[in-house]
Design a binder for this molecule. Structure first.
Ligand code: NAD
Length: 568
């Protein structure tokens, strides 16, 4: 590094994990840094942790109080300030400000207690932040690509200062969590999700980029709000939309050829068609579809460790036949194929039930994506009758309707199974098909339970059960790290199956004994690095990597993983 009197002694962030090329880029940025900029660049800034020597070298002496903090003291101050705030939205804003001020400290906070901070930087708090986006807007983060700039997307995208981008999360803001069309307010999702890629699996933040594709909004409240910051026009649909997405994909490919593109919170019809168009052409995936399926399959593998049964002997009945149900059913089927069944046999073990009853081959109201699961069967309107007839080992609730797993349903499942698998996955908690307490009580303590939203431990007949949460965060950060570490050319369905197995194998016997089928969230960083290494092994095995396989894949990943410490 060329040094001048004003260059601080290595005041760069601790991202040792970038590739050689990106490290070079960082170094170059450092030498160009004007004195004051190191305090205004979140990747360089250390605030009160700059040592006296660094302050003198950088020409910022006197611009901070004389005291020099360790990162531990800075963390203590952050926690004190967080405790003074009254609401999670305020804590979210505080953390976002910290992210744009001092990236190392921000990630030290998150990685110090991921179970506490995930709900603050991501769901549920991020939902409220997205809803109020235009009113609480402060510093901008990421890139906004409006459809009005069609033809110039590459030019606009190249305004992003980092030139080596390996991971993009993009949304068009149409179906933000369960909150609907939030237009450009959806940007909170890519920002929050990428923070989790880093905090949960060590994906270096310098290599990530959040993007919002602004194609308008059909949310009248936003259009009528003078503070709304996006395009005030109805959403563009059809060929013009597809051409916009195609130009965006080309721009990404051309500027960042090693980049993986993750689609997030698109309306179902666009999500499915975008994935179909690009999954075999570029390195891409959709977490709503594939990550959800991966985490549900992980729960099933965890359940099988309790019941001692084989996946290929299982039958599942889904309450709900939408995108989550069909995505999970398809991944379970593909996992069964990996264990020897034909795809027809495997799909035949997965049944759907929706608002009109059992999904079966005589029904005329089915969409194409549901038809592979419309098996031969008499029409049936009662879920309990379907349980009695199909005798599923597990029921998976993805209906968005609370209380559908009532006492009769759980008791029917308990009659046909010694250890019934009960997964009410609908979010948020108020939509859950049953509570943990209900599942354990009505199954007389025999349910193998996991839910979409968290439930507290339940004590029943003197035994304490710990309910697991099927949170996609067990899967997507690890997938991101594996793709990055291997420079993978594609993200395949099988990679999600490998991820699911890797998550389930990390659940300890003590966890299983308490009913927990996912690793504890407090250990998520270790769990994610293990999962990432397993996926990476598979990527190398399948010839999908763009780099030579290192001797020790886990060590290679560990070395690449971002660590929130200041380099001295
Ligand atoms: P969707 O709208 O595509 O599908 C909902 C399905 O439920 C439809 O098939 C509908 O017919 C059916 N349904 C509605 N009312 C019903 C009733 N009374 N009886 C039976 N079926 C009924 O929604 P989706 O995207 O598939 O998501 C479903 C739920 O899954 C949501 O609550 C979502 O939060 C949850 N989910 C959880 C996770 C997770 O926890 N990891 C991930 C993704 C989705």
């Amino acid at each position: 590094m060329a040094t001048t009197k004003k260059t601080p002694a290595k005041p760069k962030s601790s991202n040792k994990s970038s590739t050689k090329k990106s490290t070079k880029t960082n170094t170059k940025t450092n030498t160009k840094t004007k004195p004051l900029n190191i305090m205004h660049d979140a990747s360089l800034n250390r605030g009160s942790a700059f040592t006296t020597e660094q302050r003198q070298a950088a020409g910022i002496e006197g611009l901070l109080p004389v005291g020099v903090d360790s990162i531990e003291l800075q963390l203590a101050r952050v926690h004190t300030q967080l405790d003074m705030l009254d609401s999670d939205l305020q804590r979210y804003l505080f953390l976002m400000d910290l992210q744009s001020r001092n990236q190392t400290l921000f990630y030290a906070v998150l990685m110090g207690d991921p179970a506490r901070f995930m709900p603050l930087v991501y769901t549920p708090t991020v939902g409220e932040a997205c809803q109020k986006f235009d009113h609480i807007f402060r510093a901008s983060r990421g890139v906004y690509l409006p459809i009005s700039a069609k033809g110039r997307l590459k030019e606009i995208l190249s305004n992003w200062p980092q030139k080596d981008i390996r991971f993009i999360v993009a949304t068009d803001g149409e179906r933000i969590l369960g909150l609907g069309d939030l237009g450009v307010g959806g940007m909170g999702i890519p920002v929050g999700k990428l923070a989790l890629y880093t905090a949960v699996a060590g994906v270096p933040p310098a290599l990530t980029l959040p993007i919002t594709l602004d194609v308008g909004t059909n949310n009248e409240d936003l259009i009528n709000d003078p503070l709304y910051l996006g395009l005030k026009q109805p959403r563009v649909r059809g060929k013009a939309y597809d051409a916009f997405i195609a130009e965006f994909v080309d721009a990404v490919q051309s500027l960042y050829p090693k980049c993986c593109l993750q689609w997030e919170d698109f309306a179902n019809f666009n999500a499915v068609s975008i994935l179909k168009t690009y999954k075999d052409k570029i390195c891409t995936y959709n977490d709503d579809i594939q990550g959800t399926a991966g985490v549900a399959l992980a729960g099933i593998y965890g359940s099988l460790r309790i019941s001692g049964q084989k996946l290929t002997d299982q039958r599942f009945l889904f309450m709900g036949a939408g995108s989550a149900a069909t995505g999970i059913a398809e991944l379970i089927s593909e996992a069964m194929v990996m264990e020897g069944l034909t795809i027809e046999e495997a799909r035949g073990r997965n049944w759907l039930f929706d608002v009109n009853g059992l999904v079966e081959s005589t029904r005329k109201d089915l969409a194409d994506f549901q038809k592979p699961f419309a098996h031969k069967h008499a029409p049936m309107k009662s879920f309990i009758d379907a349980i009695n007839d199909i005798k599923p080992n597990g029921i998976i609730g993805v209906s968005t309707v609370p209380k559908l797993f009532n006492q009769g349903v759980i008791e029917a499942m308990s009659r046909v199974n010694a250890r019934p698998i009960i997964f009410p996955y609908s979010n948020p908690t108020s939509r859950s098909e049953c509570t943990a307490q209900e599942a354990y009580q009505w199954s007389d303590g025999n349910a193998i339970f996991a839910s979409g939203s968290p439930f507290d431990p339940v004590t029943y007949k003197g035994q304490t059960f710990v309910p697991g949460q099927g949170n996609n965060v067990y899967i997507f950060p690890a997938m991101g790290m594996a793709v990055l570490a291997t420079e993978a050319t594609r993200v395949t369905q099988q990679m999600f199956i490998i991820a699911a197995k890797a998550v389930a194998e990390q659940v300890t016997q003590a966890d299983l004994d308490s009913g927990l089928i996912y690793p504890p969230q407090s250990q998520i960083l270790t769990a994610s690095l293990h999962t990432a290494a397993k996926i990476a092994d598979y990527i190398f095995e399948q010839g999908l990597a763009r780099i030579k396989k290192p001797k020790d894949v886990a060590a290679h990943i560990g070395q690449m993983a971002y660590k929130p410490v200041y380099d001295n």
